[in-house]
Design a protein around this ligand. Structure first.
Ligand SMILES: [Zn+2]
Length: 306
């Protein structure tokens, strides 16, 4: 039974992740062109014929079609299944780490599969209204049950909410990376929004890592320094690209930690500009974004596991 539920859960997570990746593909192509995300519906960029629903299943369809348009047989970019698989992988990794890792400390003891079922068992009497008697003993038990009940609800919200949240964070970084790979310019509002969202994730990481306030403040201070150090190299860039590099460097600071913040950001900047001149495509830029996306997920996974 447990295996079946876990498989169902994994399948659902994978499907949501891949669908999110599919949407991300649309965003990557259309946002830099300032085109609408909703209309026109998905169509072949070469012959313009609309994509049928059964040819639009994330990851699977590309392989079934052998990477060619059904109508004009023109090749479809491998990037579609690649982005879908990346996001799918992020969602699965994160969900698994929540379900199996369990939460250290007293806050989320029930965040393991065993705790999950225990909490669920304890939840049943509430539904059956077995604790309506007001005797002292049952009151105590009722409090205990309410506690577990709270944990169960939290478990559910945290699993779903955190998974979606972290997957979104990683997706935004992947999207910016691929837009950059295309030598296009992401709108500045999107750049700023994505950085703000990543920076807002800091309190969450701190909170997951420790419940000790003095420890959290120390960590916060270290993170602030990392953000500043990461964004410093941007000042040597031309004015037009400075904001993007600053935000990128700041995000890098958050995910890499204090020691790597400055050298990593500087190295990326130097190598990226050399590569752009030499090969035309900003390969290093996209790798940097992908690394950030996965470090971001790793931050959360490690917060949960250790
Ligand atoms: Zn076509």
């Amino acid at each position: 039974m447990t295996t079946f539920v876990l498989c169902a859960f994994a399948f659902l997570t994978a499907f949501i992740g891949a669908s999110l990746g599919s949407f991300l593909n649309v965003v990557i192509w259309r946002v830099p062109e300032k085109a609408s995300l909703m209309s026109p519906p998905s169509h072949c960029p070469k012959c313009g014929s609309p994509v049928r629903w059964h040819d639009n299943i994330p990851i699977v369809s590309w392989f079934l079609l052998r990477g060619k348009c059904r109508d004009c047989r023109e090749p479809i970019s491998f990037r579609y299944p690649l982005v879908e698989s990346l996001v799918c992988f992020v969602a699965l990794t994160f969900c698994a780490s929540i379900l199996f890792g369990g939460w250290t400390g007293t806050r989320f003891q029930c965040l393991s599969w065993e705790g999950f079922t225990n909490a669920f068992e304890a939840w049943k009497p509430i539904l059956a209204n077995e604790f309506s008697e007001a005797s002292a003993e049952s009151r105590l038990e009722s409090q205990l049950t309410t506690f577990i009940f709270d944990d169960f609800i939290r478990l559910l919200f945290m699993t779903v909410g955190l998974s979606v949240y972290v997957t979104l964070l990683a997706s935004v970084e992947l999207m910016l990376g691929f837009v950059r790979f295309d030598q296009k310019q992401a709108p500045r509002s999107l750049l700023i929004a994505s950085s703000v969202v990543v920076l807002l994730a800091i309190p969450m990481i701190l909170w997951l890592n420790s419940s000790d306030p003095s420890c959290q403040i120390r960590r916060l201070w270290i993170l602030v320094q990392s953000v500043v150090l990461g964004s410093v190299p941007a000042f040597v860039v031309k004015k037009g690209r400075r904001v993007e590099f600053m935000l990128l460097g700041a995000t890098w600071g958050v995910v890499s930690g204090m020691i790597l913040a400055l050298p990593g950001s500087f190295l990326c900047l130097v190598i990226a500009s050399v590569f752009r001149k030499k090969f035309g495509r900003d390969l290093l830029g996209v790798i940097f974004y992908v690394v950030i996306a996965f470090l971001l997920v790793a931050q959360f996974v490690f917060s949960l596991l250790f």
